[in-house]
Design a protein around this ligand. Structure first.
Ligand code: DC
Length: 223
């Protein structure tokens, strides 16, 4: 049975997570947050003292991950690793940066490929990441590339951290966002870039509701 896929790629802080979740829930489709998969692997590596450039050990760890963690397709269920809830730890800058480091390794990306493709289950899948439309689901029915200016994305992150009662420095966050973009966009394997047939949406100056409305229009046109 053919299962339709909508891919939403883009840099961190572009709002793709919120839009993808809202879209999956509207359509009643499954949701794949591929960044969380890279983050989970990074956390497991950090917990075990595995270096973030040790491809062989990371591939081995990726092979065990399915049995050691649970990554539900909804936000309301906790993400677990080795029996511990890691939902909050997963969202930290440290986990994101570590994920971005191991994500440059082609063998690691290959090791996570089947897991991601297995998420293509009826009635459909909304897949969010960096290479969903280019590598993981090149035959997706609809491909979106969501972005926003780095300063805007850093500011969103700043607000999130403040709302969580955490210390944050906006200038540092802008530098971190740019450094992560640079690493994600210039890596050799599956770099962050729009698929040729992707619709580009810049939501720097748009509210989430307006972006979602625009996405829903594209979905209606396509399906
Ligand atoms: O979307 P995110 O911020 O949760 O992703 C964390 C890191 O994982 C990101 O900086 C790069 C990597 N990643 C990737 O290489 N490919 C994906 N499809 C998703 C994430």
């Amino acid at each position: 049975m053919h299962v339709p896929v909508i891919t939403i790629d883009g840099p961190s802080g572009s709002g793709k997570g919120a839009i993808s979740r809202a879209l999956a829930s509207r359509l009643g489709w499954n949701y794949l947050d591929s960044g969380s998969l890279y983050r989970l692997l990074a956390l497991a590596a950090l917990h075990e003292g595995i270096a973030l450039d040790d491809a062989a050990a990371l591939v081995d760890l990726a092979g065990q991950l399915g049995g050691r963690c649970s990554m539900p397709a909804t936000e309301t269920v906790a993400i677990m690793l080795d029996g511990e809830e890691v939902s909050a730890e997963l969202r930290t800058e440290a986990a994101g940066n570590a994920a971005s480091q191991l994500a440059v390794l082609p063998a690691v990306r290959r090791a996570l490929l089947d897991w991601q493709r297995d998420c293509r289950q009826p009635p459909g899948l909304v897949a969010d990441g960096r290479d969903m439309g280019t590598v993981v689901f090149p035959d997706a029915e609809l491909k979106l590339f969501l972005t926003a200016r780095p300063e805007v994305r850093a500011e969103r992150r700043y607000k999130q951290l403040k709302d969580m009662g955490k210390e944050a420095n906006l200038a540092d966050l802008i530098e971190e966002v740019k450094a992560r973009d640079e690493r994600d966009a210039t890596r050799r394997t599956a770099p962050l870039k729009p698929a040729e047939d992707a619709h580009l949406l810049d939501n720097s100056d748009a509210l989430e509701a307006a972006t979602l409305a625009e996405v829903l229009d594209l979905v209606r046109e396509r399906f």
